[in-house]
Structure formats: structure tokens, C-alpha cells
Design a protein around this ligand. Structure first.
Ligand SMILES: Nc1nc2c(ncn2[C@@H]2O[C@H](COP(=O)(O)OP(=O)(O)OP(=O)(O)O)[C@@H](O)[C@H]2O)c(=O)[nH]1
Ligand SMILES: [Mg+2]
Length: 460
């Protein structure tokens, strides 16, 4: 007897207890499971109210909504069942226990439903990456980009390119196979190369769009840094609107880097609170300072926080801060934040003062004064940082690498035309087609699948 491919099941909704839990079942015996629980199969793709009974004892487990999606018109391409039960732990475990007792059933691994969808040709790799990003999206801009990727913005384009490339390759191969035969028109290579040139230019354009798409996935990194006790952690808490970091009157409170994810005007921002930078004998604090400097150097923007009172005592010389801190490479944009404005006896000055190239803000993390202006400036900075991502095709380094390889092979093919060597041209075109196939997961897929599915949750 042929052993059936296992039918898999998992909880696809959030951690119980919750109002409703969604259990998904996919595989050749999914329909059997539904029949075992309810005694019948509903009409495809229509919700059915059902009493779920334990297949062995016939004891009722719960009242549920059952959905039946026969393959191949299902998300995974296999027969699929979705049960919406009340989201209590005992209900879910009773359903799982009963499912595990059915022959050829087992729990799904993380991302296994999506993996089956991929194997059944429902999704290419770029769409799967879009799906992973969609689930992980924290902000509107990320959600929109992920959705475009899920809808095939890059995948469809890559597939169209691959088809054109294969037609071009067929022409070159025909030229090689029938060099002088009367029924084959002369010079098939020339039209093929026109296609190749067009493809190369289109790919170059996509690659030339910059790394906005990749950056949008990670978010704009904003590091809060500065001398100890300036109120960096207080500022982080104020911007995050929660007590994410410990605040204390003692200098040297923060040691580890604290990370908070914010949505600013629809853009993802990662805010870092770091240890106050000073000379210290304490090895733990030294490590904290080392981390603070490393993370600030890698940040997209540094908010350099100083104590307004100390600033005024220092003869108001903002420039001294710039001189004293040499840890920042020139390329990182840096704004100076004078905090504790509530304690400052000087006459209130304008909130934002443009001191190009850095910006200067005066705030009070304690009273909230000046915070909304700072938030507004951060939101515009994020909007500017990400620019328009509407037509950004590349969202991952993996995609960029495959496209760069495609382009390089096309370039080499075009160079070979000078030497008029059709065999070498054909070989480069094959390499280019292979790199494009890798992008969508048509070839060499095993190397990347594990990396991609590592990010997936169970039940997806
Ligand atoms: N009056 C006033 N006090 C503040 C303000 N912001 C912070 N403080 C106080 O300043 C002290 C230090 O604040 P923190 O936020 O812990 O400062 P920090 O820069 O994170 O300090 P380290 O982590 O030690 O480097 C605390 O007692 C805060 O309550 C402010 O705007 N006004
Ligand atoms: Mg702190």
C-alpha cells in the first residue's frame, strides 16, 4: 500500500484562551477528519455550523464553524479544512488529541502550510517572502509593501523576464544547432540579443532603485545617546508612551541597549536607548558604553541628548558637544536634544532651530514640552528616509543578489557578441535564467527554503 502524504494540522490563531480559535487541517485526509468530527462534509467554501464530536467516544467537544476547501482550489492546493472553535485550551487540546489519533495525521511544523502551497505552485518564493513580511508588518508602509510583494510585484516580473530570456536562449540555440541550413533564417542571435539588452536594462533599473524596500522591512534606526543622566531613558519612555526603560537619578542607569518599535506617521522606526557615554571604571558600564557607541554608529539617526541646565552652565556652547563627542561617524545624521527644559531658567527659545546640518530641539521628557514637535520631525525624517516605496521591487538582500547575478550574466553575454561566439552567449543566458529561477524558487530551492521558513509561525 502506498503511504499517504501526512495530513497536517495546527492552531492558526493566537494563543489561547481567546474568543475563537482557528484550527487548520491540510492534506489528503482533511475531508475524512471533518467527516469523523461532524458526520458530513459541508458545501465547499461555505460555512457550516457543526457539533464537533470526538470520533471515538462521540462525546461532543464544542460547537464550531466548519469550512471545507477541496484541493486544488485551496490555499495549500490540498484538501483543506478550517475549524473555528471556542478558543479555550481544553477544546483545542481535545480536537488535537482526536486528530492525532487519526491515521496519517500529524501536527504541522512552522510554515508548513505555506511550504505546501509553494510545492503545489500556489505561491512563488517572492510571494512567500511578502506573506512573511505581511504578518510581521508593524506599520502601514510595511504592510503595503508586503502586500504588493504577496500580489507578485517582483515575482510576476521575474517570471516574465525569465520567459523572455528563455525565448532568447532558444533562438541562440537554434543558431548553434542549424548554422547554415536553408530553412532557418540567418542570424537568429541578433534579435535574441536585442531582447537580452532590453532585459538587462530593465533589471538594471530595478536594481538601481536603491535599498528602500530592504530598509523598510527593518525600520529606520534612531539611537538615543549622550552623557549619563541627561534623560535619554526618560525621552525613550516619552516617545514610546510607556515605561520601557528604567529611569533613575543615578548616572549610569542604562547598561544594555533597549529597543522599542514605533509607528511614526505610518513608517517603522526602531528607537534605541543606550548607556550614557562617559569614562567609567566599571566593566559592566564600559561594555554598555561600547554597545551604545556601536549601535549609534550604525544608526540612521542619532538623538544626542544633553541636560539643558548643564548646557546653560557650559556657556550655552552646543558646539562643545559636537567637539567632545567623536564617536559618531560624519555620515550619521545627528540631532541635538536639550532635555530638562523645565529646569532651564533661560528664556524659552524657539522649539526647533535649524542649525544645519543637524537639528536642535529643546524638550522636557518630564512635562512633555516640545515632544510633539520632535515626534513630528521624526515622522518627516522617516518619510524622507524611506522616500516613495510604491514601486520598489526589491525587499530582501536575497532578491538583490539573484538579480545582480542575472544582470552580470546578461552583461557577459552581451560582451561575448563581439567575439561572435554563440556557444558562450548561450551559456551565459542559461546562467542568467538560472539566477532568475532561483529568485522565484523554480530552481535551487532547497538552499533558501529553510532560511525563509525559519521566520514563519506554526499554523501558517
Ligand atoms: N526635571 C526633569 N528631570 C528629568 C527630565 N528627564 C529626565 N529627568 C530626570 O533625570 C534623571 C535621569 O533620567 P534618565 O532618563 O534615567 O537619564 P539617562 O540619560 O537615561 O541616564 P543613564 O541611563 O544613567 O545614562 C531622572 O531622575 C529623571 O527623572 C526632564 O525633562 N526634566
Ligand atoms: Mg538611561
Amino acid at each position: 500500500m502506498v503511504t499517504l502524504r501526512p495530513t497536517i494540522f495546527a492552531l492558526s490563531s493566537g494563543r489561547p484562551p481567546v474568543a475563537i480559535a482557528v484550527i487548520r487541517i491540510s492534506g489528503p485526509r482533511a475531508g475524512d477528519a471533518l467527516r469523523a468530527f461532524t458526520g458530513r462534509l459541508p458545501e465547499p467554501r461555505k460555512g457550516m455550523f457543526a457539533r464537533l464530536r470526538d470520533p471515538d467516544t462521540k462525546e461532543m467537544i464544542d460547537e464550531a464553524l466548519a469550512l471545507w476547501f477541496p484541493g486544488p482550489n485551496s490555499e495549500t492546493g490540498e484538501d483543506t479544512v478550517e475549524l473555528q472553535v471556542h478558543g479555550g485550551r481544553a477544546i483545542i487540546s481535545a480536537v488535537f488529541a482526536a486528530l492525532s489519533r487519526l491515521p496519517d495525521f500529524r501536527m504541522a511544523e512552522p510554515g508548513e502550510f505555506t511550504r505546501r502551497a509553494f510545492e503545489n505552485g500556489k505561491l512563488d518564493l517572492t510571494r512567500i517572502e511578502g506573506l512573511a513580511d505581511l504578518i510581521a508588518a508593524d506599520s502601514d508602509a510595511q504592510r503595503r509593501q508586503a502586500l504588493r510583494q504577496l500580489q507578485g510585484l517582483l515575482g510576476d516580473k521575474a517570471e516574465a523576464w525569465r520567459k523572455d530570456l528563455i525565448s532568447a536562449l532558444a533562438l541562440v540555440e537554434a543558431q548553434i544547432d542549424f548554422p547554415d541550413e536553408g530553412d532557418v533564417p540567418q542570424d537568429l542571435t541578433r534579435p535574441a540579443l536585442a531582447t537580452v539588452r532590453k532585459l538587462r536594462d530593465e533589471i538594471a533599473e530595478v536594481l538601481g532603485q536603491g535599498d528602500r524596500g530592504e530598509r523598510l522591512r527593518d525600520g529606520m534606526v534612531v539611537a538615543i545617546a549622550g552623557p549619563p543622566n541627561a534623560g535619554k531613558s526618560s525621552l525613550l519612555n516619552r516617545l514610546a508612551r510607556r515605561e520601557a526603560a528604567i529611569v533613575s537619578p543615578f548616572a549610569g542607569t542604562t547598561r544594555d541597549v533597549i529597543e522599542v518599535h514605533l509607528d511614526l506617521g505610518g513608517y517603522p522606526v526602531v528607537l534605541l536607548d543606550t548607556a550614557g557615554i562617559r569614562v567609567s571604571d566599571d566593566p559592566v558600564e564600559q561594555e554598555g558604553i561600547r554597545r551604545a557607541e556601536a549601535r549609534s554608529a550604525a544608526a540612521d539617526l542619532v538623538l544626542w541628548v544633553v541636560d539643558a541646565v548643564e548646557e546653560s552652565a557650559n556657556d550655552n556652547s552646543l558646539s562643545s558637544i559636537h567637539v567632545s563627542d567623536t564617536s559618531q561617524p560624519k555620515s550619521t545624521t545627528r540631532w541635538t536634544i536639550e532635555n530638562k527644559a523645565d529646569l532651564d531658567v533661560r528664556i524659552k527659545i524657539n522649539n526647533i532651530e535649524s542649525k544645519a546640518p543637524s537639528l536642535y530641539f529643546k524638550v522636557s521628557a518630564k512635562t512633555g514640552d516640545g515632544i510633539s514637535a520632535l515626534m513630528g520631525a521624526l515622522a518627516s525624517q522617516a518619510a524622507q528616509f524611506f522616500g516613495s516605496t510604491e514601486t520598489t521591487f526589491i525587499t530582501r538582500g536575497r532578491q538583490r543578489a539573484d538579480l545582480t547575478e542575472t544582470q552580470a550574466a546578461l552583461d557577459r553575454a552581451l560582451e561575448k557578441t563581439l567575439r561572435d561566439d554563440d556557444d558562450l552567449i548561450a551559456e551565459e543566458l542559461r546562467l542568467a535564467a538560472r539566477a532568475l529561477g532561483r529568485l522565484t524558487g523554480r530552481v535551487d530551492v532547497e538552499d533558501v527554503l529553510d532560511v525563509i521558513f525559519r521566520d514563519f509561525c506554526i499554523g501558517k
